[in-house]
Design a protein around this ligand. Structure first.
Ligand code: ADP
Ligand code: NI
Length: 214
């Protein structure tokens, strides 16, 4: 069967599942990650099919999107086994999905394909869109925009970090500003540099307004 056909029906499958997702992992996040994945994959000469499929399915096993990570993963597995995709490709796609998440730490990724998809996913967490997603996520959890009085804002306990109770501004320091230096590919790094600079400008303006200077 044509590879484009498999990609297209997988798109429909994911779109139906994530259409109404409200924490910044909606279908348009997936769509942006797919486009960025393909752009970087071409430059890196990575397997375009494996990368695209992993990008499409990558958030269906995320605990923020589905209640049960294991169940999410087995649904992805079932979907892949129904498609004319080789065992080896299925394994490659599943491994990428399981290893790219930020919460799995900075383990070094085994394949070029995993590196490409991780960069594309991380690029969507920075820059103007990353800022928008950060505030959308914070709003969905009922978290504050910023709390300058909270002495622990930049030094959250592990427990609070896991329960995602930090403010949106705090999230810049716990994650967003670290992503540039964690890029795997040179194209990812190039794009990240520009987006990183934009986030710094945003923070400067934000604090200026907060303090009544701007
Ligand atoms: P990953 O896919 O690497 O696990 P996440 O799912 O944690 O990444 O993040 C997805 C999106 O939600 C990102 O845009 C991220 O910045 C945002 N996000 C995650 N945790 C928080 C938080 N505590 N406050 C604000 N935004 C958050
Ligand atoms: Ni994602």
């Amino acid at each position: 069967m044509d590879r484009d056909f498999i990609i297209n029906i997988t798109k429909q499958f994911v779109k139906e599942k994530l259409e109404r997702e409200g924490t910044g992992h909606d279908w348009w996040h997936i769509s942006r990650v797919v486009e960025m994945t393909r752009r970087i994959a071409r430059i890196e000469c990575a397997d375009l099919f494996v990368c695209t499929m992993a990008a499409l399915l990558h958030d269906l096993a995320d605990e923020k999107v589905v209640m049960d990570e294991a169940k999410g993963l087995s649904e992805i597995q079932d979907w892949l086994s129904e498609q004319p995709v080789t065992e080896h490709e299925q394994q490659q796609i599943l491994t990428i999905i399981q290893t790219i998440s930020y919460k799995h730490g900075q383990q070094s990724l085994a394949t070029k394909e995993a590196k490409v998809v991780q960069d594309a996913d991380r690029l969507d967490a920075i820059g103007a869109i990353g800022i928008a997603r950060c505030f959308a996520f914070a709003g969905s959890k009922g978290n504050l925009i910023h709390n300058p009085e909270e002495e622990a804002e930049l030094n959250m306990t592990q427990e609070r970090y896991r329960s995602k109770q930090g403010t949106a501004i705090n999230h810049f320091y716990e994650k967003l500003l670290n992503l540039k230096s964690l890029m795997n590919t040179s194209e990812g790094y190039r794009i990240a540099q520009q987006r990183h600079q934009f986030m710094n400008q945003f923070l400067e303006q934000f604090y200026g307004e907060w303090e009544g200077k701007n």
